[in-house]
Design a protein around this ligand. Sequence first.
Ligand code: SF4
Length: 311
Amino acid sequence: MSAQWIDDKLESSARVQNSMKIEREDHKLEKRLCREVGRAIVDFNMIEEGDKVMVCVSGGKDSYAMLDILLKLQKRAPINFELVAVNLDQKQPGFPEHVLPEYLSKLGVPFHIENQDTYSIVTRVIPEGKTLCSLCSRLRRGILYRVAGELGCTKVALGHHRDDMLQTFFLNMFFAAKLKGMPPKLVSDDGKNIVIRPMAYVAEKDLTRWAQVRDFPIIPCTLCGSQENLQRKQVGNMLREWEKKHPGRLENMFSALQNIVPSHLMDNKRHDFKGIKATGVADADGDKAFDAEDFTEPSIPGLSVIALKPR
Ligand code: SF4
């Protein structure tokens, strides 16, 4: 038995152990994704018996993951609902139009490709050097709502995730002076469709990993040649930086979106400040006047906060 033989054996055993560990991690990730998507669907009653859900698929990692997880949940759900994947081919130069039909056919999911040359309209109407996104997305929205009606869909599912929702919240605060986020479920602005975001609870890093695990045939999103939204990019970087320095902060901010206290904000439309009268009844949520607020650190998995007695 040579030293080389022993080295080779040790190396191959380490390789096997490593690949088993990766497999276990991927399995845990799949369970987490299904759990979080399922939880959002239940919390906001996103999908009901008999629904036909139009799953908007762009060729990016988020929408591939949404379709993938919804198909898994569909098999084990206690209710019956249909899924139809829809892609809008906007005729951007170099768009690989065979990729999605091939992928969706292989999956065996019903699908529809809507061909509409919005790219030509947008590049004709918008002066060179200006961003194309606002008109492009407005056209896309109108077309997808129309297609949903034509296909008889009762819900339109979009692939936005937790980080998109947080970014939108800060973009609205910084640039539109509004406390407003991206809703998990809302009637569309044409009043005809119910838009749902089943991945509302899912962290983007999980989707990035899942796209690698599943080897989705990603279509690049730069084909239109438009600049990426600079403000969204900045806010995304800001949030990532915060999370790096203060793990758990994103989770806390996201929970805050589900835990609003209008009486402690300043919107006269949400709380009747002018009509306030003392009730004479103690209320833990009442104003604590001069008391300092008690802010505990965000919880970090594996760590717990221990209150120390004063000496
Ligand atoms: S990035 Fe391109 S495809 Fe996306 S909204 Fe902007 S112009 Fe349209």
